[in-house]
Design a protein around this ligand. Structure first.
Ligand code: PXG
Length: 464
């Protein structure tokens, strides 16, 4: 008999979890002692755990449940598709209706000239595809030496070997290494690294690192640049307004390919269908996943511009693909998700209602003694915790100590708000209402107050 039932007491579930389940990005021995919080059901922006707590999900799962939880149409579509055609592949000159319909729908929504989709099962897989795709593109063009991909420190592009290597996180590189031919430049993180420069000057400085790196490596060796329009896992780092236009100028000048990793920023998160539209970026390839299906099914992919698709398709097979590329059930569910986003005007809700309402309250958090800057684009936001706002100071305690304490207060107050170092981040379902935003902010404020009081009591309001 299957041991996993809804009826077991939480402690028993936690014990089984600890005994058998290896969690991602987790020190499993420490979690085993503490016990995982076990989620049982969800509706809209509300999670319910096995203890019956109603938790407001300020992170939309892992930045993905854009339409909110519990939309039964999604399950209906999945069942219908499973009954009709549970699986078929798209290798060897076959196709099927869900993959065709989804590719066509994505092409309709994507920026002009991006009319082709290569499907994957996740964002990491899609970025692995991108590495091979841009290298193959230059091979076909007779420039096989163009292999290096430039990415950014503190970027996140997944945790497969390819995705983890594109990402600029030392902790990930430390576990298993990094593939060759990927180099990193600095991130446009003004709060932490901008020193005395204005954000605009700092944005230019960081973007120009790309030009310097291309010249150092030799443009004949550089295939592509990859970046998230807004770094998500890196702490919701919204770049200064000067950054992307300068990156675009450099990419255009040297004729390298531009990959926008839209895994988080795609499908409404920044108030447009794609973050590239919000920031005026013209990519050759966009990585997608997460909001493509609102997390109801695992699916990702690469949206590819006409020219790259044409080159790739014209010189024999591109020897790449996954068993589940364009999986029919995942594709059908994604298509239903796009229908909901479009027909229910969810992106207009972000732009006209949720973002303006949240922004007023979020910006107001800057009044809190613990909060330096508050940033928000669409419905992805962050606040920087600091012991001294004027100096944008770091805490004397190791980076992340204070953020973790704050996150623990949020968890205790039934709010999912994550920390990245000492930045707190949110990315709620796009359907969040003003009333729910009020609850999110009041729980966040209570958590900040408790965190502040605790730091004071422990003598930790000290600058590095
Ligand atoms: N690119 C970006 C920009 C991402 O945010 C991936 C690629 C990889 O997607 P998959 O589907 O392979 O996970 C991501 C994923 C976090 C967190 O802690 C962020 C992600 C995943 C897990 C945790 O913020 N982003």
């Amino acid at each position: 008999m299957n041991k996993i039932t809804n009826h077991m007491p939480t402690a028993e579930l936690q014990a089984l979890d600890a005994a058998h389940h290896m969690h991602p990005f987790t020190e499993n021995a420490a979690l085993a002692k503490k016990g995982a919080r076990i989620m049982k059901s969800a509706k809209g922006v509300w999670l319910t755990d096995t203890e019956g707590h109603k938790i407001i999900d300020g992170m939309a799962g892992l930045w993905c449940v854009n339409i909110g939880y519990g939309r039964t149409e999604m399950g209906d579509v999945a069942k219908r598709q499973m009954d009709e055609l549970a699986y078929y592949n798209t290798f060897f000159q076959t196709s099927h209706i869900p993959a065709i319909a989804l590719a066509a729908k994505i092409a309709e929504l994507a920026p002009e000239g991006m009319n082709h989709v290569f499907f994957a099962g996740s964002g990491s897989e899609a970025n692995d595809t991108n590495i091979r795709m841009v290298r193959r593109y230059w091979d076909i063009k007779g420039q096989s030496e163009k292999r290096i991909i430039i990415a950014r420190t503190n970027g996140y592009h997944g945790s497969t070997m390819g995705g983890g290597s594109l990402g600029g996180m030392a902790g990930i590189h430390a576990h298993g290494g990094k593939i060759a031919g990927i180099v990193h430049i600095g991130e446009p993180n003004w709060w932490e690294q901008g020193g005395d420069l204005t954000p605009e000057d700092f944005g230019l400085l960081r973007a120009r690192e790309l030009e310097a790196k291309i010249l150092e490596l030799g443009v004949e060796n550089v295939a592509a640049f990859i970046g998230e329009p807004v770094q998500g896992a890196g702490g919701v780092i919204i770049p200064p307004s000067t950054y992307w236009p300068e990156i675009q100028r450099i990419v255009d000048k040297y004729g390298i390919l531009l990959i926008a990793d839209e895994v988080i920023t795609g499908f409404g998160r920044t108030g447009n269908w794609f973050g590239s539209q919000t920031f005026g970026i013209k990519p050759h390839i966009m990585t997608i996943a997460k909001g493509l299906s609102s997390g109801y099914q695992p699916i990702g992919g690469s949206i590819v511009c006409d020219e790259v698709a044409e080159v790739l398709g014209s010189h024999g097979d591109f020897n790449h693909g996954y068993t589940y590329s364009g999986h029919p059930v995942a594709a059908a569910v994604a298509l239903e998700n796009l229908r909901i986003l479009q027909e229910e005007h969810v992106i207009e809700h972000v732009q006209n209602v949720a973002n303006p309402y949240l922004w007023k309250l979020w910006k107001g958090l800057e009044e809190h003694p613990l909060v330096g800057e508050a940033k928000l684009v669409g419905l992805m936001g962050s606040i920087a915790l600091t012991p001294d706002k004027a100096k944008r100071a770091k805490f004397a305690a190791e980076t992340g100590t204070v953020g973790y304490r704050c996150r623990e207060r949020c968890f205790a107050n039934n709010l999912i708000m994550r920390h990245v170092g000492d930045r707190m981040i949110i990315s709620p379902p796009l359907v969040i209402t003003p009333d729910e935003i009020d609850i999110l902010i009041s729980r966040a404020t209570a958590s900040l107050n408790e965190c502040y009081a605790g730091l004071k009591a422990d003598g930790m309001l000290v600058s590095a």
